[in-house]
Design a protein around this ligand. Structure first.
Ligand code: PGA
Length: 286
């Protein structure tokens, strides 16, 4: 992969101008989230992991929301061991209400067990399971209609990144994914910018690259709604986030949190990510 720092920074400078958003004009509470995907393999392991993560959230943890997206079968038991310290969400949902959709899980089902956050549009769902922007939009609308919150994942492939298409891919996915979403429901929407080339590859985007795409996404949201609304929406970064990268990512003005895959399966790593240092890696630890 041709992701040398110099070329990435050159790309960043050429692709996006400075953000027109006043970065600190609106306080957005950080949201650190974990995506367990098809892990762990037993209920016992899931509960050990959940307990450990919850115990890493202490009085000295920054003022942050924490959410874990876990496999359906672990949702209720995970909720029962985290002591209300974090939200336990679903990794996806079927947009149909009921009926002949074998294997589907509806929004009513997950709402009835206390779920308040649901992922939509993850690149693995798009690529492996063939979920389209149309289907993802139907999920978003259904989740919001049910009164829950949705985290809409967007992001470009490596080929698109190298062709300077990150901004336009994100614009398309935002516009199609949020089609018909009312402005008054946007306080229950978070965006996760996850460049596909960074997911599970160990190639985290530099904070500068992530910041520039986040600022671009905020500009797109301002065009879809208005600037004030765009400034309230949390935009998270995802893709190989680790304890080593979180502080500098969170120091960026338009990065409002993280969606963490691999490192959310490790209590120590995710615990450190939740206890990030907003001032960046060079500042003294919390
Ligand atoms: P990763 O996954 O942190 O393992 O790259 C992120 C994600 O897929 O949400």
């Amino acid at each position: 992969m041709k992701l040398a720092l110099a070329s990435l920074l050159a790309y960043t400078a050429s692709a996006f101008g400075p953000s027109t958003a006043p970065p600190s004009a609106h306080a957005r509470k950080p949201l650190i989230s974990g995506n367990w995907k098809l892990n762990p393999q037993t209920k016992e392991e899931a509960l050990t992991l959940a307990r450990g993560i919850a115990s890493a959230i202490t009085d000295s943890t920054p003022d942050v929301d924490v959410a874990l997206f876990v496999p359906y079968v672990f949702i209720e038991s995970t909720m029962s061991v985290v002591g209300g310290k974090l939200s336990v969400g679903a990794e996806g949902v079927c947009p149909h209400s009921n009926g002949a959709y074998t294997g589907g899980i509806s929004t009513s089902m997950i709402k009835s067990i206390g779920v308040d956050w649901v992922l939509a549009g993850h690149s693995e769902r798009r690529e492996i399971f063939g979920e389209t922007d149309y289907y993802i939009n139907a999920q978003c609308l259904k989740i919001l209609d049910e009164g829950m919150s949705v985290m809409l994942c967007i992001g470009e492939s490596l080929a698109e990144f190298e062709a300077d298409l990150a901004g336009s891919v994100c614009a398309t996915q935002l516009k199609k994914g949020l089609k018909g979403v009312r402005k008054e429901d946007l306080d229950r929407v978070a965006i996760a910018y996850e460049p596909v080339w960074a997911i599970g590859t160990g190639k985290v985007a530099t904070p500068e690259i992530a910041q520039s795409v986040h600022a671009k996404c905020r500009d797109i949201l301002a065009g879809m709604y208005d600037r004030e609304t765009a400034n309230m929406i949390r935009i998270l970064y995802g893709g190989s986030v680790t304890p080593d990268s979180i502080d500098d990512l969170m120091a960026m003005p338009d990065i409002d949190g993280a969606l963490v895959g691999g490192a959310s399966l490790d209590i120590n790593k995710f615990g450190r990510i939740v206890n990030f240092n907003k001032a960046g890696s060079l500042a003294p630890a919390n």
